[in-house]
Design a protein around this ligand. Structure first.
Ligand code: NAP
Length: 509
């Protein structure tokens, strides 16, 4: 294939309502990439557009600028007519934009020679957008765009499945002038993999996102290293709903970066409503994407079991899998590392054998905690708002069931909160009252926020506290080691996660 059309293939999208904010975003974007799309249609008036372009002319930057002034009928924000649109693009070309993006709806009304003449010296990128869904005849659309004789073509369509997303990426194969943009959260991992699949560009926002599922430049570059991925890159990820704010990509990609491993870890949204259809869509994409392993989070930890070819006996006993290895022959093998996470967090502080530990809650995480503790020789007590659920779990680990009314009168070596009470954004709630905390250690599985109300109450009573962040890091490190077959750079992975959580906490005030 011919060499790349753009020297920097990650394209930062600059879009704001004022010239001033556009400039701020532009400066920020230039720290990450040298290819920038300028969304002139986002500016609130033609006066602001002129002001911005005048500023751009003075900067005399060396970056590659793509000017876009998309009209409302093509999904943009420019409400002026075709003549003003073209006049703005002409001016952008005169102010240093080497490329102009002109949508198919407008291009169809003019001869291509005329467009080229008007935009000279800029090159012309013709774009097609479908925000409703991926049309059946994508190949025909690509052919029509290529016939326009533009210098590059862009096809951006909403994809509600990985299958649709892969169809979009296939359009970029064997050409160096096709930009394939699978839009929507379900296709977000494919935006990261687009360059590897041959797309001439991958877009990422420098400020506000301008299309569904668009990533920020900070995610695209330092986090996913999208411009470094190639056919040999091993793909990993997490499946769940929601996954957009998962810290697992940060944890695992930090490990890959530190150890210089050619691998990437991505968030795959598998929606809760369409569990089986969503899981099947993901599983079908494993081969084409080269997925070598994945984490499983809510709500799929139990359901994934039915799709596995084999499973670690302990994970089977717990009834939940959070880690899957894709073996060479495509077979799937499951593990549960939440179990490891619990042990690593508690063992450092407590001789588990013979200790008495209360688990509050009896859901999926509580099961992993209960099995881990029972295997380590601890006596497990379970308390949950649904007594039957508590009884079932206690029976499975030969533990005891306690009614809530007894907690204030009992003593434990440790209390583990395995309910979501107190999790962001309900940070003022606590699953247990201060008088119910009669123990040496309180371990809250929640990690958003780092210091939950429960942990604050415990600290006020002089009790040692453990944040769920410890378990989160430990379960992730165990996954990483299963997949990589070597020791993980745990200190760096932990530091990255804790720094992100502290940043979040600070921003939340
Ligand atoms: P789950 O399967 O939905 O179970 C939640 C449990 O909490 C159920 O027993 C549920 O009772 C109970 N519960 C929910 N709201 C309650 C309330 N207001 N009062 C009393 N009990 C309540 O969820 P999970 O997977 O076990 O996760 C539980 C927590 O652990 C979550 O906050 C999750 O983020 C955290 N977790 C952390 C890690 C980590 O790495 N740190 C790993 C896994 C999970 P009902 O059945 O009656 O609703």
């Amino acid at each position: 294939m011919a060499k790349h059309l753009f020297a920097c293939r990650i394209c930062g999208v600059v879009a704001a309502s004022t010239a001033r904010e556009m400039m701020v975003q532009l400066r920020r974007a230039l720290r990450q990439t040298q290819t920038i799309e300028l969304r002139l249609d986002w500016l609130r008036s033609e006066r602001e557009i002129l002001r911005f372009l005048e500023g751009l002319r003075r900067t005399r930057g060396r970056a590659t600028y793509i000017a876009t002034c998309r009209r409302v009928e093509a999904g943009g924000r420019f409400s002026g007519g075709l003549v003003s649109q073209l006049a703005i693009l002409q001016l952008a070309a005169a102010c240093g934009c080497q490329w102009c993006d002109l949508e198919m709806e407008t291009a169809a009304r003019l001869r291509s020679a005329r467009i080229r003449e008007m935009l000279r010296p800029a090159k012309w990128l013709v774009s097609f957008h479908d925000f409703a869904g991926a049309p059946a005849r994508l190949g025909a659309i690509r052919s029509a765009l290529l016939r326009s004789k533009a210098d590059a073509v862009k096809i951006a369509v909403q994809c509600d499945s990985l299958r649709d997303g892969l169809r979009v990426l296939a359009l970029a194969k064997e050409r160096n002038n096709v930009v394939a943009v699978p839009m929507g959260e379900a296709a977000l991992p494919l935006r990261v993999l687009a360059l590897r699949e041959g797309s001439a560009l991958a877009y990422a926002s420098a400020g506000q996102t301008t299309a569904p599922g668009q990533l920020t430049l900070e995610e695209m570059k330092p986090l996913y290293r999208a411009d470094r991925l190639d056919r040999r890159t091993r793909v990993y990820g997490v499946i769940g709903d929601p996954v957009a704010h998962s810290l697992s990509p940060l944890l695992h990609n930090t490990g890959f970066r530190v150890r210089r491993i050619n691998a990437v870890y991505l968030p795959f949204l598998v929606p809760q409503q369409s569990q089986d259809a969503g899981l099947r869509d993901f599983l079908r994409a494993i081969g084409p994407l080269g997925v070598r392993g994945f984490s499983v989070t809510l709500p799929h930890k139990q359901r994934i079991l039915r799709y596995l070819d084999g499973c670690d006996p302990l994970a089977e006993q717990i009834g939940a899998v959070n880690t899957v290895v894709v073996r060479g022959n495509g077979q799937l093998y499951g593990y549960n590392t939440d179990y490891v996470g619990v042990l690593r967090a508690l063992e450092r502080r407590l001789q588990l054998h013979g200790s008495r530990v209360l688990i509050y809650g009896a859901g999926g995480a509580a099961r992993a905690v209960a099995f881990a503790l029972a295997r380590a020789g601890a006596v497990v007590a379970v308390c949950a708002r649904r007594p039957e659920q508590a009884r079932r779990l206690a029976r499975a680990v030969r533990g005891e069931v306690l009614p809530r009314s007894r907690l204030a009168r009992e003593f434990f070596d440790a209390i583990v909160n395995a309910t979501p009470t107190g999790m962001h954004p309900h940070t003022n709630a606590s699953p247990l009252a201060a008088r119910e905390l009669n123990c040496r250690i309180v371990f809250d599985l929640i990690y958003r926020p780092l210091r939950t109300r429960l942990l604050k109450l415990a600290a006020q009573r002089g009790i040692e506290t453990i944040s769920g962040a410890e378990m989160f890091v430990a379960q992730g490190v165990a996954q990483w080691e299963i997949w990589m077959g070597e020791r993980a750079p745990e200190p760096q992975m932990r530091r990255a996660v804790l720094a992100a959580l502290r940043r979040e906490q600070k921003e939340a005030g």
